[in-house]
Design a binder for this molecule. Sequence first.
Ligand code: NAD
Length: 379
Amino acid sequence: MQKIAIPLIAGDGVGPEVTSASVSIIDAAVSKAYSDRAVEWLPVPAGQKAYEELGTYMPDSTLEAFRKYGLGLKGPLTTPVGGGIRSLNVYLRQNLDLYVCLRPIRWFSGVESPVKHPEKVNMVVFRENTEDIYAGIEWECGTPQASRFYSFLKDEMGVEKVRFPETSSFGVKPVSKEGTRRLVRAACRYAVDNNLPSVTLVHKGNIMKFTEGGFRKWGYELALEEFGDYISSGKLEVKDCICDAFLQNALLKPEDYSVIATLNLNGDYISDMLAAQVGGIGIAPGANINYEKGLAIFEATHGTAPDIAGKNIVNPCSNLLSGVMLLEHIGWNRAAQLIYSALERSFVEGYATQDLARLMSNGNSLSTSEFVKRIIELI
Ligand code: NAD
């Protein structure tokens, strides 16, 4: 029996409901697809429960488990109020240097969408996770730090463009050549490995010449240096698009795009807009990955949904589809495919949790446990 060990964070709020649903469905699909493979789930502590029991939101042993096994599935975590940690998710990404936020976006037949042809949207977003204006380097207006930073800009850098210096907060946007290269490398590698036609560098380099413009320039350089053969033989197209134009084009001609590589802030907006286009904002999956270290944590993109926790109505699909990405990541594609097919069939027949079913013309609302049972039956 080939067993793969996967550390599992149950999460807070609806976390335990969505992760136990994912585990049941993934186990069913793996055992249906293979007679000689199984997942060994390793529960690891994190979040509110870990804090109550161990006095820390993210024990070192949990980080160590991710490092040791290189994989993880994670439910959503409450952001601690106060206490120095901005967000446990950001902490995890920074601590483990998970520099790619991977968000595949596809439509499932049967899911209601606000656009006429959601089936034309089939993209995979590589969002840079560690740099950009999201790096968390900022100072609030009125603080000594903000005033000191402004003095540095004015006195030492000759900056005269700050319109209202006394009432400005300041943020810093670091974008590096190394950070760009590893992100664009991962996007190109993914496109090549999955026979996808193009990688589009999405940026605002027309305005932010050295940061976003640097991303475009270094991205093209990397693509030519390391994937030149694929480009010259026509197997891979590498192109770029200014972000505002991309947001229009993604609505008007989504079929022109396949793999997207972009910086942190653009990627945040783009991922959710594309997910909304396929009606999937509530079920969009995601992963945070460091390809060099071989570390990948798969997680639901929604939060802990405290308003519905414990009511057996949460939609487990975002966490489940993140688990399906994990199966694909380790090459267990047959099990992944079984889950995709079962979900699609259930949606086409109108059976879904209430958040999706209420939008379907033939919708039948199921509780979380009824939905899990149905998907396992379909598998
Ligand atoms: P949320 O995503 O938890 O909830 C927003 C709304 O969407 C709620 O009405 C909720 O009921 C609904 N919803 C979310 N997921 C759903 C699902 N799977 N099925 C059905 N309905 C669903 O966002 P929030 O309320 O802004 O955040 C709550 C907490 O979660 C905060 O502490 C926040 O910091 C945290 N959070 C964690 C993550 C993460 O761990 N990745 C991500 C976002 C927010």
